[in-house]
Design a protein. Structure first.
Length: 136
């Protein structure tokens, strides 16, 4: 079985690059700075589907993504979650939150309508994020 990104994640995100275990994606919603880490493990749907080594590596990658988020966007808070209620492929959300964002203090899921990044803004953000991930 080979790894294939879920079609819904593929449609809603822009690739930033790959870490040792996970593909790093930018959720294409300019309202919230939002990374999605997707471990490239075929068939993984839950954190418990990972080996001990893979789990430890994913935690390191979450820490890296959180540090990148803090440097990239300077949010008031970073939310990390792996829900999988709609997209069952294992993926972890790393979301920069601001007290001024439209969903604060509630969850971002299902809040309002997604606002895609303009192409030039997405390109600049991805280049900056990729450089920060590479330096981590």
């Amino acid at each position: 079985m080979t790894f294939q990104l879920d079609s819904r994640l593929d449609a809603d995100t822009i690739p930033i690059g790959d870490l040792a275990l996970s593909s790093v994606l930018l959720l294409n919603d300019a309202r919230f700075p939002w990374f999605v880490l997707v471990p490239r493990i075929p068939g993984a749907g839950e954190l418990t589907d990972l080996s001990d080594e893979q789990s430890a590596l994913l935690m390191q990658e979450i820490r890296i993504a959180t540090k990148v988020m803090l440097e990239l966007s300077r949010p008031d808070k970073v939310n990390v979650g792996a829900l999988g209620n709609i997209v069952t492929q294992l993926h972890v959300h790393v979301i920069g939150r601001f007290r001024s964002d439209p969903a604060w203090p509630g969850p971002v899921w299902g809040h309002g309508t997604r606002t895609p990044y303009p192409d030039h803004a997405a390109t600049a953000l991805i280049e900056r994020a990729a450089a920060l991930f590479a330096a981590s």
